[in-house]
Design a protein around this ligand. Sequence first.
Ligand code: ASP
Length: 358
Amino acid sequence: MSLIPSIPENTPHILVFGMGGTIAGLAPNPEETPLQYQAGQVGVDALVSHIQSAIPGGIQLVSQQLANINSRNLLDADLTLLGQSVKEALVDDAVKGIVITHGTDTIEETGLFLQAICGKLAHTQAKRVILTGAMLPSNALGADGPSNLLDALRWASTSIENCPGGIYAVMDGRGCMAMDLAKRHATALNAPLQNSPSSSVGLINPSWLSGVKAVQHAWNEDLPIPQEGEWPWVEILTSHAGARPETVAQWLKSDVQGLVVAGSGQGGFHDAWAEPFKKAMAQGIALVRTTRTGAGTTLPNIPELDAPGCRASGVLSAPRARIALQLALNAAKQSNLAGKPLTWQDFFARIADLPEIR
Ligand code: ASP
């Protein structure tokens, strides 16, 4: 852990966790080809030092590098480490807020994960956890990382009346609940929250804020973090024209515990997959249907009746539904061991059936 500048222990501070990403990326030839670069090259200390002079006085910062990766390579173990670190920081009296610099490719997964494992804790501790990243590497002309990091630091440290404790994300001057992140554009500076309910970070939009409060009111209990090596194996399969039964059937011979179908339209899938899915569910493999369209809700029994063992994802996209299913399978296993048998569907519902922010 490093202190910037050195501060005595127990000094109130904002903790900045570095995970890597484009915000920490370097392009060998930034003027000619800024989008040809390597993510996760610059340390979080340097990212924070770079904006030190613009940080409002009185905010003390401590930074800690947890990983420095291209987030397309994010591992279950990275999430376990991040989740445990954030939970520890949330109960540390000296930590007033938390900022996480992260790659945007899988920031969607991390956003949902953090909400599910410590959304309640952040709310009750009245602390904000803010994910941010960048679409341009740190040495590109007009790099967006410094302003995103500054916005995140300001938001993490402003008074709680402005916006309650919880898990949020900031990009391109806007903030959203981290569980609403969805990177749906390859290059736009606001890609991860372009289609998400959001607010300007400067002036919080009251209708967005009341939506946030409704979600937080409905969020009663955080889910346990799977230990490294104990994450259930869940895969995503995309239904498409010309789909073959073998694509599903091959999983029946594996140890996979869950499948998320990125279905067409309202979350339906190719008829060729109906038989192998039936076999998968008979084998105890959990099945979640979602839509590959990129927006909208996947409803139960629409467009056809769901077989027992299959659940619609609600508003969750395929990457988010995959994390939710992993956490739900893990929580169901632990609740069984504790003699309180709840199903994965019970835990999945807690995440998928939340009020929608409009
Ligand atoms: N590939 C990069 C990453 O996710 C993209 C980014 O950060 O924008 O780490």
